[in-house]
Design a protein. Sequence first.
Length: 466
Amino acid sequence: MKVPIGRERGIGAATAPPSSTAGDFHLFDTDDGPHLLIVDGSQIYKIDEALERQLKSARALGGTAPALVLSKHGLVGSRHIDGTAPVDPPVRALSLAVAERCNLGCTYCYAEGGSFGGTPRGMSWEVAVASIYRLMADVKPGDRVSLAFLGGEPLINRDLIRRATELAVHNAAVRKIAVAFSITTNGTLLRESDADFFERYGFAVTVSLDGVGDTHDRLRPTKSGRGTYDKVIANVKPLLARQRHMQVSARVTVTPANLNLHDTLDQFIKLGFHSVGFSPMLSAPTRHGEMQAPDLQILLDNMITCGREFERRVAANESYPFANMMTALEEIHRGTHRPYPCGAGAGYFGVSASGGLFACHRFVDDKARAMGHVSHGVDRARQQRWLEARNVDRQEPCRTCWARYLCGGGCHYEVIHRGRPACDYIRGWLDYALGAYVRLSMLRPELFPLDGMRRGAAVSARPTSR
């Protein structure tokens, strides 16, 4: 867990300085003065200007100079991440491509219209059953698993979703475990009865909306070219009205054509969405709608504008469910540090309509990223090769980047298909989020509880006494 600023983490026992680079720390300024992020462990310290100058000088010198300065001030401790890959992690989350077909014609779709470049098809009941048993094969009482329904458009196969949910609930009860459900939908096929079903089983429902009105219509039309915004909003309102156990969120895929984020965020929050999040389009099979460097700079500026509004609202004790901001603050507070961007190919897999296990839902039917089958389980040799190759410390230029353990190296799918065009955007967003965390910790400290951890001290240019 991460101790919030204002109550910084205590300094651990120093060790001999390891082989290090300037990418092992990050300096950022706030109204409360300079601050330091120690990358391994995601620890944040308030520092004085003298230490800030020393670190800047060490960074310019390179080599072991940064590690020597950090060690001198007791800021080098046991490593949290050692570059090794996990071995045989248990399966704890599956996403089922229950319908590899779609009724929309979004030109940027990673699933190529829902069929992943193949013949449109739906998942059989036998594959769904095998998937659920695979998910729960090695659980112990008290464990938690997650089951997601995706496509294409998953509600094309509504009956299977309902039957699979009920089977999973039954089996979870028998095994004395918890099971969480989610679905991502374009919203065009939602029915009022779906609201009752999703509420009953506490679904996290994500609705794809790429803007308000005409903006959405241009980006997410039907295959015949007709707009869908009015229909989606009409369909989603019963869910918004019923959400208690379920959570209904809006996900906006950002392209160069819908960069007006603040208005979109405000409109969707007013509609009653539980949260609203933005995700840049970085890799599309058609290359249509991909964000370029100038677009990503505009995106960053707009994201920070939304973040400033979030800060203003939260400081005034108001709700403003900007998902990207809430996630960033939560992960900074927890001290998130990870060598992967997500659980893809580790504890999480995408399941194709025919039952194949793939590194994630975006790799469904990609033979190079196949990881087994629900009938016989994970191919552990292929999984191990994947986890070793995808570790962020084995990626360039990631292994010398200060943001690597918060970012994890970026979405595997996007990196494999396009590289890393968004690194500056990611670093810019995280730098802003770190500053926002400091500011909000001072204004609303109750939002970031200590969880019983001890109070630390700010770090000065003099070594802290023991």
